[in-house]
Design a binder for this molecule. Sequence first.
Ligand SMILES: C[S@@+](CC[C@H](N)C(=O)[O-])C[C@H]1O[C@@H](n2cnc3c(N)ncnc32)[C@H](O)[C@@H]1O
Length: 473
Amino acid sequence: MRSTVRGVSTYDALPYADYCFARTHPSHLAAMLSLAGYAAPPLDGARVLEIGCARGANLLPMALDLPTATCVGIDPSRSQIDEATQRARDAAITNVRFVEGSIDDEGALDGTFDYVLCHGVYSWVPAAVREATLRRTRALLAPGGVAYVSFNALPGWNALRTLREYLAAHVDGRAPPTLRVAQARGALAVLSRALHDDRSPLGRWTRDELDALADTDDAYLFHEYLADENVAFYLRDFVSAAARSGLRFVCDADPSLAAPTLRDGAPLGVLQSMDFVQHRRFHAAVLVPEETPAGRHDPAAIVRLCLASDETRARASAEDRWMAALFESLDGEGRRPLAFGVLAGRVGAALGLDRAGAMRAAVAHVGALLARVCEGSVTVHARPATWAAEVSTTPMGSPLARSQCAAGDTLTTLRHTRLAVGETERAVLALLDGTRTVDDVARAMGEATQGAVDAARTGEALAWLARNALLVR
Ligand SMILES: C[S@@+](CC[C@H](N)C(=O)[O-])C[C@H]1O[C@@H](n2cnc3c(N)ncnc32)[C@H](O)[C@@H]1O
């Protein structure tokens, strides 16, 4: 079953915007599993399924980043699946396949999967599809596999539901999606004006939410606030529903929400209580088949992982010289994940330690590092960066990003993020097919712009593309 307007999926009428989510990436999920004390499925040769893949914005970069994996996306919206398939063709990504179908259709997919990803679907489909999502996820998971299922959470969504109900009262539910969005924007503006001078805590909170909503794209506003289905759940109820389908909750995919599990092995009751304290509105559950041997949180597992950081400010607040040197080293890598052992060696060298001393110092910091992971200043990955650190003699751009250059200024990086890219950088990227030398690229840019973009500016653009994970190795 799907949400329709006169027989057409509302996602055909108003396709979902392109997002990609680093926390759904198998490299992140495998790292989270390791920290929770579980064996993660190998990334090499992994089979990855994305349920509700929309136009492939999340699965395409994953397939590109995991060339030995087989990736399958399923979605009932024909227009979105057609677009995803075309995008795969345009970027020549051959290890991905998009299937038009519903997850509750038992015959739509073959085989089992090591990673099953389902972001932004569970809360937004009817109850029967929700139940099927968990049941099919369980059935499609290979032994030792892992699933990611996100959902809108209570109690945080209690307050947002009030906004949804306000909009339901001011929007014609039978109108086409684009008209409903226009009516909703008008209604939100009226509410915002009415609250302009309201200094009460609730008035301020509502205004902040309205400001955030004013900045969202039409597809998000429609599918989150105006579409028929959007049901939020308490974590404990979701975990029970997953257990009824034979899935065990391991932790949240967001390290800051997983912190009590990863640091102390906290029971579900503690996590649920924290949701009340923090007014939690969203969860992304990491689940495994119930027969998977239970794991025990293991901070020492961090020595087998790769780390990255994008918070230069974290260095300033480093608690000791080792941590300061670590951030220095991670900064130098420009957010490229590096193996713990490599980092330990670099930090040790910076502090004048011999090999054994470097490793001892690093191992003594696993607890502090886990704390950094949980606060978000360090990210964890199951394997090192796959993209180029520097501009080679014949640089090659990410084929996915290159195929996106003509469509707009927001491109997908090999870091699994979306990034606004300037006109000159896009023009340079479009030339990077791996056959041109840096000089060839500079010459072509000079000719195309009648000298406005010279060799120095082209060099800057190339360096920017390398720093921002847009060049392949
Ligand atoms: C809110 S969008 C999320 C898209 C994407 N996963 C994201 O988070 O950006 C929900 C997606 O789920 C898809 N969907 C709805 N019902 C489904 C079903 N029965 N089986 C699989 N996908 C479904 C919709 O077509 C839509 O593309």
